[in-house]
Design a protein around this ligand. Structure first.
Ligand SMILES: Cc1c2[nH]c(c1CCC(=O)O)Cc1[nH]c(c(CCC(=O)O)c1C)Cc1[nH]c(c(CCC(=O)O)c1C)Cc1[nH]c(c(C)c1CCC(=O)O)C2
Length: 341
């Protein structure tokens, strides 16, 4: 049994004294302890070495003390396992030297054996579970099929992912074949993570907001929903689709335990779209962590009052920025812990 199960209780919709809190990308570059390891080991070495991945996962638990841990890894280990080369370049970010652009390219993409290709992630989970000693739950994650397609086709990050969209709109048959392969791989991968003891999974649709509401229903949501249906009997599933407030109403009809909300959607509207059934997670503007600490405290209180303390998980509206002062990140977490209605 997990000693601090506040996060799991909020996912199940149980009433709590105060909402649980964690931060997307909490294992990352704003922590000097993370930077010390980043200087010594390149990105995928950190992902592939269970001793490093587990140490990086528990760093924020020791320093910031959120109510849940998220495994240090990356959404791009999936395309890597599917026979698509992925590098992480300093100053550029993800770099895929052979992007997927044609029907023939899609045919080269495989649904891999998870144990063989991603066993190192499972080893990292085993080691992390041991280090956490059941103090807090561990979250596993994957990118949404659409967000993975964005990187696979574009070959790198982008402001608009227009090459990815061009591929979908000019060759929808190949796009759907690729999305289905990513979906099948992701289901196998997340089920294996659950077997190794993660207590919940989050699907990041970081680039869902690049699509129109109509295209979202063709190229993103149906694939996420397949993953939700495949996992819902086994674990708690959170879907965070950035920029997709327009899809919240449909997503709330699925078997998700919680839906992520970014800072462009008010707590009020998010509740209106999703009804009273589903737990919501978010939505502090990550840049607002640069505000003076008393302002952060005030805004956290307003955010919780807005969502309500139940069926709610306090979080940022997207990942923490590398330049945020550690004491401001800690003030955010502490302000949630100090919440009184
Ligand atoms: C789009 C996306 C990626 N990766 C991820 C997403 C979805 C979440 C989001 O939208 O922010 C998910 C991710 N990536 C990482 C985590 C670790 C767990 C956590 O949240 O703390 C998680 C959950 C580690 C990481 N993944 C990455 C870093 C930073 C680089 C490093 O550590 O060397 C970390 C801590 C690299 C990465 N990986 C990716 C990008 C865009 C980058 C940044 C490139 C850069 O700015 O240098 C792809």
């Amino acid at each position: 049994m997990i000693k601090n199960d506040l996060f799991l209780r909020a996912l199940k919709g149980e009433s709590v004294n105060r909402p649980p809190v964690w931060m997307m990308r909490q294992a990352g570059r704003y922590l000097p302890e993370f930077m010390a390891l980043k200087r010594k080991y390149d990105f995928f070495t950190r992902c592939r070495t269970p001793e490093l991945a587990s140490e990086i996962t528990v760093q924020p638990i020791r320093i910031i003390k959120p109510d849940a841990a998220i495994l240090f890894s990356d959404i791009l280990v999936i395309p890597q396992a599917m026979n698509i080369d992925v590098e992480m370049k300093e100053g550029i970010g993800p770099w895929l030297p052979n992007p997927v652009r044609t029907t023939a390219d899609v045919e080269q993409v495989i649904v891999p054996n998870i144990e063989e290709t991603l066993g190192y992630v499972m080893d990292a989970i085993d080691m992390t579970k041991e280090m956490l000693n059941d103090d807090v739950p561990l979250i596993g994650f994957a990118g949404s099929p659409w967000t993975i397609l964005c990187y696979a086709v574009e070959g790198r990050g982008s402001k608009s992912f227009d090459k990815a969209k061009r591929f979908c709109f000019s060759n929808p048959q190949a796009a759907h074949a690729l999305l289905q392969k990513i979906t099948d791989t992701t289901i196998l991968y997340l089920k294996e993570k659950v077997k190794h003891g993660v207590n919940a999974v989050q699907i990041f649709d970081s680039w869902g907001g690049m699509l129109s509401p109509v295209d979202y229903q063709e190229f993103s949501w149906p694939y996420i929903n397949q993953i939700v249906d495949a996992l819902a009997d086994e674990t708690e599933v959170i879907v965070f689709a950035k920029g997709c407030w327009y899809a919240l109403e449909d997503m709330a009809k699925s078997r998700v335990s919680a839906l992520g909300v970014d800072w462009t959607c008010s707590p009020d509207l998010a509740r209106k779209f999703t009804g009273s059934k589903v737990t919501l997670q978010g939505n502090f503007d990550p840049s607002r962590l640069f505000s003076p600490i008393p302002d952060i405290q005030k805004m956290v209180k307003e955010m919780i009052d807005g969502f309500g303390k139940d069926k709610y998980i306090a979080n940022l509206g997207h990942g923490i920025l590398p330049t945020v002062p550690v004491d401001h990140a800690k003030a955010f977490v502490d302000a949630v812990k100090a919440y009184e209605a």
